[in-house]
Write a protein that binds this ligand. Structure first.
Ligand code: ADP
Length: 542
């Protein structure tokens, strides 16, 4: 009996199953071969039998109704034990291996059996082609040869069938992947169409440039924006030359920097029309990418929008703020001088009532002055006109001056100035003082009376950090990203009675950033807020 558990048997079964032949319908090609074998060997029965794990199954069963029998009764499983040989059993009744076999003792009363193993290309015997008779017999030489030849034919047909199946499957996969490719292509085309529609709806210009040879491919809209005629060539140099000189280098730097970034870079700049010499403001969006097939080739591409109208609007608004503030300053200076004069006269006349009222007028005038200066600062910042007057000074000294001033003016809160060591920075002293005072005033404004405000200054790794910490209302998380934006104010019940315009922190941020410093805050709602800025410590002069 076959060693069913052996490794080889396992492999043989895998080989058999790889043909997908078991339990398939009858096929004429195979039936022709069993018919031929039976005719040549002159037997009533001929089978193409495959030996499965527990059964033998007949792909073709000429002269027998059954399609399968138990493997333990199978003659063929004996035949495949000796794969290279034709097994002949002349009379099963005289053969010890088969005389008790129910296929011998009962239907189909097998007496004679001859089977040639069906070997696949790896040498595994999948089953056999056999001829069976119910009377004893022996095949002559030419019948044996014919049986072998027909056995080879069975194997050829099996292989052909397997290859056809493979081809069909490959074809099916190809068709499926073709369909999928096509679908991706359609989707790409669709999104390209939508992108083009969006670009044209937004009236955007597009362009592409080969970074190595500087070859620019501008869209017609880009030529229109730069005021080149449609049929006029427009090179990269031509485009750069039209950028206003004040912004040219900045634009070139931004384009170069876009190479190291994954995200697109965006920047705004003015250009001068090639023919009409008119100024336009543009907003460019640049993205770098590499040719997928040749990684050495890099491109820049992007969109350009005309933002002249928005820029002019901004400019007009800034101009108005600047003009109004400027115009308000003169009468205010006069009011201040008169109030001062009247106050002095009232003091001389020892008129307490008048003197008190004049002091109130004075403090309101000062408030207005601060506001107007704030508006003027915002207007100047918008125009890029804020000038820094830098000098080297000791920040600890500035803090000391602020301490004296604050202790004199602020009595509502306990302000602690922690000791600061000498720290020389190169900066605009007045502007840095403005930032410190703004932090302190905000801490006073947005925290309860009697609470503690701590001013700290510490030096670390070549940088000085100044912080102002309060025990106030804090800033809700959702507002924190906007806290340094122009005219931004937190909207909450706690803010209802707090006056202001949301200019202070915006101005502070601009001042610190123009000193190449950093500004930030940490806040905890109902616990308090710390505003801080960090500046480089000046290098000791030689
Ligand atoms: P203003 O105080 O005139 O509104 P700022 O620009 O100085 O303008 O401040 C902007 C906003 O930030 C304030 O309106 C307030 O909501 C919030 N804020 C500033 N400082 C603090 C602080 N120390 N504690 C809580 N909120 C603050």
């Amino acid at each position: 009996m076959a060693d069913l558990t052996s490794f080889n048997e396992q492999k043989r079964l895998e080989a058999l199953h790889s043909y997908d032949i078991l339990d398939t319908d009858a096929e004429g090609d195979f039936d022709d071969l069993t018919q031929l074998a039976a005719a040549i060997c002159d037997t009533p029965i001929s089978l193409i039998s495959f030996v499965d794990k527990d059964r033998q199954w007949f792909k073709s069963h000429h002269g027998l109704d059954e399609r399968q029998t138990d493997r333990c009764h199978s003659f063929c499983s004996h035949a495949i034990q000796n794969p290279a040989h034709l097994m002949q059993v002349e009379d099963a009744q005289n053969d010890q291996r088969f005389q008790d076999n129910p296929l011998v003792t009962g239907s189909p009363d097998i007496r004679f059996y001859a089977g040639i193993p069906l070997l696949d290309s790896d040498g595994y015997a999948l089953g056999s082609l056999c001829v069976i008779d119910n009377k004893p017999k022996i095949l002559n030489e030419s019948q044996q040869k014919a049986l072998r030849t027909i056995g080879n034919q069975v194997i050829d047909k099996l292989l052909l069938r397997k290859n056809n199946k493979k081809l069909l499957l490959a074809n099916k996969n190809l068709m499926e992947s073709n369909i999928k490719l096509k679908a991706t292509e359609e989707r790409l085309k669709e999104s390209e169409k939508r992108l083009k529609a969006a670009i044209s709806a937004a009236n955007l210009a597009t362009w592409q440039m080969d970074f190595h040879n500087r070859q620019l491919s501008p869209s017609p809209r880009m030529k229109e924006l730069f005021d080149f005629n449609a049929d006029e060539p427009m090179s990269c140099e031509d485009a750069v030359n039209q950028i206003a000189e004040s912004h040219r280098q900045q634009v070139i730097d931004s384009i170069y920097s876009s190479f190291s970034k994954v995200e697109p870079t965006e920047f705004e700049f003015p250009i001068i029309g090639f023919h009409d010499k008119k100024i336009k403001w543009l907003c460019a969006n640049v993205q770098s990418y590499q040719d997928m097939e040749s990684p050495n080739i890099s491109y820049l591409s992007g969109t350009i929008a005309d933002i002249t109208e928005r820029k002019l609007d901004e400019q007009r608004r800034t101009d108005i703020v600047g003009m109004v503030s400027h115009e308000l300053r003169n009468p205010l200076t006069a009011i201040k001088a008169y109030a001062d004069l009247v106050n002095r006269l009232a003091k001389k006349a020892e008129d307490g009532f008048l003197s008190d009222k004049m002091s109130k007028i004075d403090s309101q005038v000062k408030r207005m002055e601060t506001l107007i200066n704030g508006f003027l600062d915002v207007a100047r910042l918008g125009e890029g006109k804020i000038m820094l007057e830098k000098s080297k000074f000791d920040l600890a000294n500035l803090i000391n001056d602020t301490e004296i001033d604050s202790l004199e003016k602020i009595t509502s809160h306990k302000i602690i100035f922690e000791p600061a060591e000498i720290c020389i920075i190169e900066a605009d002293r007045n502007k840095i003082e403005q930032v410190v005072v703004n932090f302190i005033n905000n801490a006073v404004k947005y925290s309860p009376d009697e609470s503690v405000i701590t001013v700290n200054c510490c030096i670390q790794a070549g940088f000085v950090t100044l912080s102002v910490k309060d025990q106030g209302m804090g800033i809700p998380l959702k507002y924190r990203p906007f806290i340094f934006d122009r005219f931004f104010r937190v909207e909450s019940d706690a803010m209802k009675n707090k006056k202001g315009f949301g200019m202070g922190l915006y101005i502070c941020k601009e001042i610190i950033e123009r000193h190449n410093g950093q500004i930030g805050m940490q806040s905890n709602e109902d616990v308090g807020t710390t505003f801080w800025f960090r500046l480089p410590v000046a290098l000791a002069s030689a």
